[in-house]
Ligand binder design. Structure first.
Ligand code: SF4
Length: 337
């Protein structure tokens, strides 16, 4: 239960998810001069900022409340989506501190760092699920995941869509020209390789949906709103948990920051994957190119030092070098003469 920011009444979990913390539709309308959606966004952002500024122990208490609500709502038929990264490690630790029997599901895309795979499978009650296609097949059939999910999607739609879609992805919508290919990435529409946002859908979402269907369990994810614009927008829209809709899911750590995650790990002495001690910041798929342009040194450069065999396979067998060179990104660290 949380408090409605307009009328201060207590809000039940299902209503909270639907009305972003407000108790009813009417409470949206009590904000003068704003449409219902704008009012919801304002309230959502305000709630997120307020929650992000809480001290760690208050965040822990609130996350535990979210976990209890989720567990009770689905009569215990829940699981933790466990990637082996720091965020899902903290989530699993929190969940198991109250419900030790809750399973963790690890999606083995075969692109995880070996250290992450080993770390994830050392935990008890971890179910490993596998995608039907390999990363190699996804790249060949659907295209490379480059820049960001949105930009890869727009580029794919521009290349494969109707004339109307092409115009929309080039010019955008409305006065702000949103939902278009950013000017700096427009050269990618002529790239001599395929680009799409399908990779995650095939390698991660599909196997987890099969697991959800087979077991009837609902997921809890260790996602933070601060990780990306998309995640922030989703948190603002839905809050921590979405109880209704086609894909119910909960992100009990949504309002945490990376500093909170590390503070929790240090204060509770939670074991975490050794990769973090070797300078790796993102423990996702080794050859993923989402966000790689914002890193310096980037994960591909670091991969050459830490996992040269996989780096060579990517460069020589997968065509990674051509993709990196086309985007003008370095593949290896410069050696001092
Ligand atoms: S994180 Fe990147 S490489 Fe891994 S499944 Fe998603 S898009 Fe593909």
């Amino acid at each position: 239960m949380t408090t409605c920011p307009v009328c201060s009444r207590l809000v039940k979990p299902a209503k909270e998810a639907r009305w972003q913390g407000h108790c009813t539709r009417d409470c949206y309308r009590k904000r003068p001069g704003l449409t219902r959606r704008q009012a919801a966004n304002v309230a959502g952002y305000r709630t997120l900022v307020q929650r992000q500024s809480l001290p760690l122990e208050a965040k822990v208490a609130m996350s535990i409340r979210r976990i209890r609500e989720w567990y009770a709502y689905w009569d215990g038929a829940v699981y933790v989506a466990f990637s082996g990264g720091k965020d899902s490690t903290v989530l699993l630790h929190l969940v198991r501190s109250i419900y030790p029997e809750v399973p963790a599901v690890f999606i083995n895309t075969t692109m995880e760092y070996p250290e992450i795979r080993r770390f994830a499978t050392t935990h008890e009650n971890v179910v490993s699920v596998h995608p039907k296609k390999s990363f190699h097949r996804v790249v060949v059939e659907h295209g490379w995941p480059v820049i960001s999910k949105e930009q890869a999607k727009y580029i794919f739609q521009y290349r494969n869509g109707s004339a109307l879609m092409r115009r929309r992805r080039w010019e955008g919508y409305g006065p702000e020209r949103s939902y278009r290919i950013a000017n700096k990435w427009r050269f990618l529409v002529d790239a001599p390789f395929k680009i799409s946002n399908y990779c995650c859908a095939v390698l991660k979402k599909a196997p987890s949906q099969i697991y959800d269907k087979r077991t009837g369990r609902k997921p809890m994810l260790g996602m933070l709103a601060e990780d990306s614009k998309l995640r922030k927008a989703l948190y603002v829209m839905h809050g921590c948990s979405t109880f209704t809709g086609k894909k119910p899911k909960s992100t009990p750590l949504g309002f945490w920051t990376t500093e909170d995650v590390w503070a929790y790990i240090r204060s509770r002495r939670v074991p975490y994957c050794s990769l973090y001690d070797h300078g790796v910041k993102s423990t996702g798929c080794m050859l993923c190119l989402f966000g790689v342009h914002m890193e310096s040194p980037n994960r591909i450069q670091l991969l050459k030092e830490s996992h040269p065999k996989i780096w060579r396979w990517g460069m020589n067998e997968l065509g990674l070098r051509a993709v990196m060179e086309y985007i003008n990104l370095p593949c290896e660290l410069k050696r001092e003469p």
